[in-house]
Write a protein that binds this ligand. Structure first.
Ligand SMILES: NC(=O)c1ccc[n+]([C@@H]2O[C@H](COP(=O)([O-])OP(=O)(O)OC[C@H]3O[C@@H](n4cnc5c(N)ncnc54)[C@H](OP(=O)(O)O)[C@@H]3O)[C@@H](O)[C@H]2O)c1
Length: 324
């Protein structure tokens, strides 16, 4: 498995990051341990969690972080893992009310450190933005946690390009490191934004893509496999109604045909081509995968070594000629 250095940091995670959104509740702790073990056995070292994960399911609160904390404590691998977690997520019952005050950010971080049984988080994400809050206050709060040794680097998730640019400009003017990555919804699939069911999430758009190209900021996208949509379509399997709404654009049918053609030409699986579309971007892009079985982990991890040319990447989206 290739490693990919995150610019502006000394973090060198594997090319594929393991997500954990239902660990502990939707995915039983013993099964989550198996997924984590399989991921590490495949050469993975980059784990993504959040304080809020699995709180939407019945069971233990903060169960994703707690499950990962127990796994880290049981196997003594903390120093070998690039550990990423997120805070400042709204309460689930009041998603329209941001939780981005300095006190909320710091409280969430302290909770995450306890849940994860660690003294520092390598990459700490703001799970959402509050555009009404000045970027200076947010960056100063996070920088304070870096100085205190609680986090090594910080980053943003579900932020719009102009807010990221403003935050980075403030950090640069202060002479400190700002966001080292951006986590957005992004995959090869076109989506219907209205069907995400959560207006506080942000998907990759043209402005954000241009920002990444220009600045070199790392992208660490979620729902990177379009929730398995292309693989399911290729296998003739049923797609859940909510996923059909999200990914059902006619354009995705054309992209599926190109994915299948490229898979056949290269010998890779459909899901590996879908992930390689991201890992082969012109700026550092490390997809986060959500896997329910060890077989899915093993399949997705093989994409970490697949490299597509720029022409192939463009062709997957636009259908331009790549076989010159
Ligand atoms: N920052 C945020 O706001 C945010 C939001 C969402 C997620 N995340 C993070 O991103 C992670 C991944 O998100 P996600 O679960 O939406 O991503 P995803 O990887 O696009 O979707 C996961 C689903 O894809 C299918 N799948 C996985 N591996 C496969 C393979 N090798 N072949 C075929 N199908 C495969 C499975 O579907 P089936 O179960 O149907 O088989 C699985 O449940 C989360 O765990 C979390 O850490 C962050």
């Amino acid at each position: 498995m290739r490693s990919t250095a995150i610019p502006q940091t000394d973090l060198v995670p594997s090319a594929i990051c393991l997500g954990s959104s239902n660990f502990g509740n939707g995915i039983a702790p013993a099964d989550a341990f198996q997924l984590l073990d399989a991921y590490v056995a495949c050469g993975g070292n980059f784990i993504d969690t959040a304080a809020v994960y699995a709180n939407w399911l019945p069971g233990e609160k903060n169960s994703s972080e707690k499950t990962i904390g127990r796994w880290l404590a049981a196997n003594g691998q903390r120093d070998a893992i690039v550990l990423a977690s997120k805070g400042a997520h709204p309460e689930l019952a009041t998603m329209q009310i941001p939780r981005m005050s300095p006190a909320e950010i710091v409280d969430d971080l302290e909770t995450s450190l306890r849940n994860l049984q660690t003294d520092r988080i390598d990459l700490y994400w703001l799970h959402r933005d509050d555009p009404a809050r000045p970027v200076a206050e947010i960056i100063d709060t996070l920088h304070g946690q870096v100085v205190a040794g609680k986090i090594r680097y910080f980053a943003c998730s579900n932020w719009r390009a102009e807010r990221i640019a403003a935050a980075q400009a403030y950090a640069a003017a202060r002479g400190i490191t700002g966001f080292v990555a951006n986590q957005m919804r992004w995959s090869l699939a076109q989506i219907d934004p209205a069907a995400t069911g959560d207006p506080t999430t942000v998907a990759m758009d043209e402005e954000t893509y241009t920002y990444h190209r220009r600045s070199g900021l790392a992208a660490i996208p979620y729902s990177s496999q379009a929730n398995g949509y292309f693989q399911k379509m290729a296998d003739g399997r049923a797609v859940a109604p909510n996923q059909q709404k999200l990914y059902g654009a006619q354009e995705n049918g054309r992209r599926l045909a190109r994915v299948k053609e490229l898979a056949q030409a290269t010998g890779y699986s459909v899901s590996q081509i879908v992930l390689a579309y991201l890992t082969s971007q012109p700026f550092v892009t490390i997809p986060i995968v959500g896997c329910r079985s060890v077989a899915q982990v093993e399949d997705s991890m093989q994409a970490g070594d697949v490299e597509l040319t720029g022409e192939q990447v463009d062709w997957l989206v636009r259908g331009d000629e790549w076989k010159r």
